[in-house]
Design a protein around this ligand. Structure first.
Ligand SMILES: Cc1cc2nc3c(=O)[nH]c(=O)nc-3n(C[C@H](O)[C@H](O)[C@H](O)COP(=O)(O)O)c2cc1C
Length: 224
């Protein structure tokens, strides 16, 4: 595929045909994804390839608590799980909100589930002393995760970065024997997509790019 086509059409695949994703293909996907950047080129990524139904079931169950809060907040008009505005839904509301199947069951239906982990012993987290949630550490793992999705697209497969289960990270670590200093960055179901989406909903450039300073004039396409 042409690069710009891949960039514009790599959608979140959550429904799959049931075709297998053989290790040989997975190897090829990871063999291309590994060229992702990471801070200091430390390449702290580790990938656990999960096919075992019992493990998937456990992962689906671990997704539920965060999915319930996510859904309750969306229904209440909030940006769910953001660290700036405290949630306006109470524990009882969250508890009685069902977790939507499309958020919990994808890991059961995918051909394979990848646990994308990162060894925090080698990640330079330069924002660790700031009074806000850390974002820099993610930059040493999510380019790799995204490369997997791009390569999967090239191979005719699709998947999604999912993070809801990671609210229960200690239980994932216990489930899979992951050491405490290794973070789980994504639970990524992959499979042959039932339908290939090609029109992704995204903001136009002038809605997010501004010139010179915050609030500056929007970057507009050249008209002449
Ligand atoms: C950091 C991150 C976390 C995400 N977590 C989840 C998740 O837990 N479950 C899920 O189904 N999708 C998850 N997504 C997928 C987003 O919902 C998806 O990228 C977005 O809706 C755009 O979808 P599209 O590319 O198909 O247009 C996540 C994406 C990112 C980048």
């Amino acid at each position: 595929m042409e690069l710009y086509d891949v960039m514009q059409t790599t959608f979140s695949g959550r429904t799959y045909t049931g075709d297998p994703l053989p290790d040989e293909t997975l190897y090829r996907i990871l063999d291309h994804a590994r060229f992702a950047p990471s801070g200091g080129n430390r390449q702290g990524w580790r990938v656990i390839v999960v096919r075992d139904p019992a493990t998937r079931k456990a992962l689906a169950q671990l997704t539920e608590p965060a999915a319930k809060r996510y859904t309750a907040q969306v229904q209440n008009g909030e940006n769910p799980w953001n660290t700036i505005d405290p949630p306006r839904v109470d524990a009882a509301t969250i508890e009685r909100t069902p977790a939507p199947p499309h958020l919990t069951e994808t890991v059961m239906k995918a051909a394979v589930v990848l646990l994308i982990c990162v060894d925090l012993k080698v990640v330079a987290s330069t924002d660790q002393n700031l009074k806000r949630v850390g974002v820099i550490s993610g930059a040493s793992i999510y380019p790799f995760a995204w490369n997997i999705l791009l390569a999967a697209r090239q191979e005719g497969f699709a998947g999604t970065i999912t993070t809801l289960a990671i609210a229960e990270e200690p239980r994932i670590q216990a489930l899979l024997g992951i050491p405490a200093h290794v973070a789980v960055a994504a639970v990524m179901p992959l499979g042959r997509p039932v339908k290939t989406l090609s029109k992704l909903k995204r903001k136009a450039v002038p809605e997010f790019a501004m010139l010179e300073r915050w609030g500056g004039a929007p970057l507009a396409p050249k008209t002449s």
